[in-house]
Ligand binder design. Structure first.
Ligand SMILES: C[S@@+](CC[C@H](N)C(=O)[O-])C[C@H]1O[C@@H](n2cnc3c(N)ncnc32)[C@H](O)[C@@H]1O
Length: 465
């Protein structure tokens, strides 16, 4: 069969992407009779992915099969959000995993992650085992088959559980309605029946600071969020307009987390996407900062270096460009996601400078570029002690911050309501605090405000003896 014939048959059957589908079917390189049969089955309404035996998801080829839910492009958003929240070595669980596409994407993107997936359907479990050779796939109802050893240890729990309201299934395209298991679609009367069960189960499994991520529809998101809140999670909804994807993230509220961390995190999460453009041209306009970073790169050599409060990763990337082995840590998962998106070759993770997720004496350099500014006076000594703890003897810290006495309180930034305090400080005071933390200051610069700035700017280079 010629390519043009395949396209014509698919188009006549109403396939919107007839050319693309024809290209994929022809690329399967099956004998002419088999190709004819495949085109016939497609014309009769079978999902293209079932005929090909695979679907593309987050750049991976995911094995799919008859009766099992085909991973959707929209669900890549769920996988990306899960990756953004999972630091290296994280324990990640994908419930209602179907083909295991989300688990496979996390497995591919998060170094050393311990990935588990579970599904009640044996056909799905068989496919997930193929898609997740390095993971653990369990068969059974919802979380029932998970090993008890995971209780309280799961950092990221994801679920793209069925969420189509029962009455809406009849309105779905025949491809899904007739060729995917009903149990993979039906979310009960309001669509959130299974999501409610996942939210109820999550607190058993989540680690302190862990997160539950559930894909949902924009209409159902308030119900999904309410279910999480009923079970003690702090819920927020994130949306990707382009893929029409909605994910509700429920986080375990750290009982002893200071209020300032929550306010700072929520504020930066809200502005993260716009912040990339806002600071994008900043460094090219600041020769003093570039000179200091150059100096810092020279004294730390190849590193390793950590950029604490890395935000969108622009300073991390600049240091990387100077030949430094550098990774970034930030309090805001939203900022970390932007950093990973902009610099996929670099390592970024979520964490707070008040309790750095790093071993003692593991870095030769530490940068805190306008990030200590969000830590109040009474918490600052603790954060600086963390800087000293993770620096190896002889290691250097470079801190940059606004000079002043009064804090600035922003309630609106980049078009979003925020609650952000910027603590301006005198360099002599910061130097004294660094010294008290075991990091005597070696050099100190103050420059006047330049365009767009409200105060002079200070940089201190300190060294652990
Ligand atoms: C003004 S932005 C600067 C970002 C980046 N260093 C830069 O210069 O582009 C401040 C960053 O500090 C982060 N941050 C604030 N408090 C933090 C904390 N306790 N631990 C880690 N990061 C924090 C914020 O989430 C935000 O990304």
């Amino acid at each position: 069969m010629e390519a043009a014939d395949v396209v014509a048959r698919l188009r006549a059957a109403g396939c919107v992407f007839a050319e693309d589908e024809a290209r994929l079917l022809l690329a399967a390189e099956v004998p002419p009779a088999a190709l004819d049969a495949l085109v016939g089955r497609r014309v009769a309404g079978e999902p293209l992915e079932h005929l090909l035996g695979w679907a593309e998801f987050c750049g991976l080829r995911i094995a799919v099969g008859a009766g099992v839910f085909v991973p959707r492009r929209r669900t890549e958003f769920l996988a990306e959000r899960a990756v953004a929240l999972a630091r290296p070595g994280a324990v990640v669980v994908d419930l209602c995993c179907g083909t295991g596409a989300v688990a496979a994407a996390v497995h591919a993107a998060v170094p050393d992650a311990e990935v588990h997936a579970a599904d009640v359907d044996p056909a799905a479990v068989a496919l997930a085992r193929r898609n997740l050779p390095g993971g653990h796939v369990h068969e059974g109802d919802l979380d029932a088959p998970l090993p008890a050893a995971l209780r309280g240890r799961v950092d990221v729990l994801v679920a793209n559980a069925p969420y189509v309201p029962t009455d809406a299934i009849a309105l779905m395209p025949p491809e899904a309605r007739l060729h995917e298991a009903r149990a993979a679609l039906d979310g009960g009367p309001d669509g959130t029946g299974i999501q409610q069960r996942v939210a109820a189960a999550a607190p058993r499994w989540l680690a302190p600071g862990g997160h539950l991520l559930i894909e949902t529809s924009d209409r159902q998101a308030p119900l999904t969020a309410a279910a999480m809140e009923r079970h003690g999670l702090v819920a927020r909804t994130v949306v990707d307009d382009e893929r029409e994807a909605t994910v509700v993230i429920g986080s375990v509220a750290a009982v002893d987390e200071p209020e300032f961390l929550r306010r700072t995190r929520d504020s930066y999460d809200a502005i993260a996407a716009e912040y990339v453009g806002y600071v994008g041209d900043e460094l090219p306009r600041r020769p003093a900062e570039r000179a200091l970073l150059r100096w810092f790169a020279d004294v730390v050599g190849s590193g390793p270096v950590v950029d604490v409060g890395c935000g969108t990763g622009r300073i991390t990337a600049h240091l990387h460009g100077l030949g430094v082995d550098v990774s970034g840590i930030d309090l805001s998962p939203g900022m970390v996601e932007q950093a990973r998106r902009s610099y996929p070759e670099l390592r970024f993770s979520v964490g707070s400078m008040t309790a750095l997720p790093l071993p003692d004496a593991c870095v030769d350099g530490l940068v805190a570029h306008y990030s200590t500014i969000h830590v109040p006076d009474d918490e600052l000594p603790g954060a600086l002690a963390e800087f000293a703890r993770v620096l190896s003897p002889g290691g250097h810290a470079l801190l940059t911050f606004q000079v002043g006495d009064e804090p600035l309180h922003l309630t609106d930034a980049l078009g979003h309501p925020v609650d952000l305090l910027f603590h301006r400080r005198r360099p002599e005071r910061m130097a004294a605090l660094l010294e008290a933390a075991g990091l005597p200051v070696h050099a100190q610069t103050v420059r006047q405000a330049e365009d767009g700035e409200r105060t002079p700017q200070a940089s201190l280079l300190a060294r652990r003896p």
